[in-house]
Design a protein around this ligand. Structure first.
Ligand code: CMC
Length: 391
């Protein structure tokens, strides 16, 4: 009808129909394909959840075994990719490196771009599920100055990721059940979150038929920002700064409430959750358990709990319905697992990968049109060109 409504940040605009993830922000409910996040985090493993998100149903044992085998068969990453990684300075932010490597992967896997059949699509999906963890592990190993390595086909998907990330040269890899379970749970909790900033990016880039890997690379860039996935890094840096500053949480609460101060309490607030973030509840308990199991006493956890308690009683946060989100406690676990702070958002990307893939697949299978929002023009009316010497 020619009438354009502007909705900055798309706060009230639905971009698609989706059968993947259900979210009720008022009640704090999150479900993947109808299964509650609480039940999945407790009973499922990450690969099963990935399968369910992407294909709609939990796999039976045979389907899961085939899926895992197909992934293992594709886990080789071209040696030339190592040269690309080599070109980055060690100081490069891992999210920039990961986004670039994901894009570079297209050059070595051109058959993943045109996905006109179900088979092509499955092939592209399995390839990225296989190769992305290798890129993540390489990114971490470069940061730590460790030699690059491939995985071990005899291991489970998450265990293999852990080994690829942490195996030291000339040392046997020892599986730590607590660590693998914590990692599995974190990845499941991050696996999808309907039409958030990075997922919308993946869908909109994919809507031009740019290809799965290009869409994912764009999604990684979107996730990087501190208002989105980058918040997990920002939370830990904030907690460390508070600790270094003497642990005065009240001072930082005051800063967060001061409208003339750009400081925000990182890990607090959410566009959709206005009651609590169900993922944060699970992660808080997991953080306690992991630290206890690993025998780590982290003063940062106490600062986080103190901040949370104060915020939940403070009218500023209560009135605005600001609660801890998924990123508030996740960094404490990552830190306990020995993952460097700059890698936290990469871990988020690893978890979100199946969700991005599922959303991209749904968008393509639904035959959605190219994403192309409109605008309301507020610039100058027609004016005459002024020659350079007259300006
Ligand atoms: N600390 C202090 N004040 C806040 C915060 C915060 N963390 N979050 C929101 N507010 C205030 C904000 O200033 C505004 O106040 P007022 O109404 O007086 O102007 C009000 O609460 C509403 O905030 P908003 O920015 O309009 O809400 P939004 O839906 O646009 O933003 C958000 C949501 C998550 C970007 C925001 O809450 C935020 O910046 N949080 C900190 C960053 C963070 O933790 N991000 C991770 C989000 S969850 C995982 C993910 O998406 O990846």
């Amino acid at each position: 009808n020619g009438i354009i409504t502007i909705d900055p940040g798309f706060k009230n605009t639905g971009s698609c129909e989706s059968a993947i993830t259900f979210l009720d922000g008022e009640k704090g409910i999150l479900r993947y394909r109808g299964y509650s996040i609480e039940e999945l985090a407790e009973k499922a493993d990450f690969l099963e959840v990935a399968y369910a998100l992407i294909f709609g149903e939990l796999p039976n044992a045979e389907e899961l075994a085939k899926f895992h085998k197909d992934i293992k068969d594709e886990s080789h990453v071209d040696e030339e990719m190592k040269k690309i990684l080599d070109g980055f300075p060690k100081s490069a932010h891992p999210m920039g490196v990961l986004s670039s490597l994901t894009s570079a992967l297209i050059a070595f896997n051109p058959s993943t771009v045109d996905v006109s059949s179900d088979e092509d699509m499955y092939h592209a999906i399995v390839r990225i599920l296989a190769k992305f963890p290798v890129l993540v592990a390489w990114t971490l190993r470069k940061k730590k100055g460790l030699p690059l390595d491939y995985g071990d086909d005899s291991l489970g998907y998450v265990e293999n990721i852990h080994k690829m990330m942490f195996k030291r040269p000339n040392q046997d890899y020892k599986k730590n059940k607590v660590v693998i379970e914590a990692l599995d749970k974190l990845l499941i909790l991050h696996a999808d979150h309907e039409q958030n900033c990075s997922t919308s990016t993946v869908r909109i880039v994919g809507s031009s038929h740019a290809g799965l890997f290009a869409s994912l690379s764009a999604g990684i860039s979107a996730l990087w920002g501190p208002l989105h996935g980058g918040a997990n890094q920002a939370v830990l840096e904030m907690l460390e700064a508070i600790e270094a500053d003497g642990g005065d949480t009240k001072k930082y609460m005051a800063k967060a409430k001061d409208k003339s101060d750009p400081f925000r309490l990182m890990g607090f607030g959410h566009r959709v959750y206005k009651n609590f973030d169900p993922r944060a509840k699970i992660i808080k308990v997991a953080a306690d358990e992991v630290l206890a199991d690993l025998g780590i006493e982290d003063p940062i956890l106490e600062i986080a709990k103190g901040l949370e308690k104060e915020a939940l009683e403070d009218p500023y946060f209560v009135d605005r319905k600001l609660y801890p989100n998924v990123d508030f406690y996740s960094g404490i676990i990552y830190r306990a697992l020995g993952i460097p702070t700059e890698m936290f958002t990469v871990m988020f990307a690893l978890g979100r990968l199946p969700g991005w893939i599922a959303q991209w697949r749904e968008m393509r299978l639904n035959g959605e049109p190219i994403g192309r929002p409109r605008q309301v023009y507020t610039g100058e009316n027609l004016r005459s060109f002024v020659e350079l010497d007259k300006r």
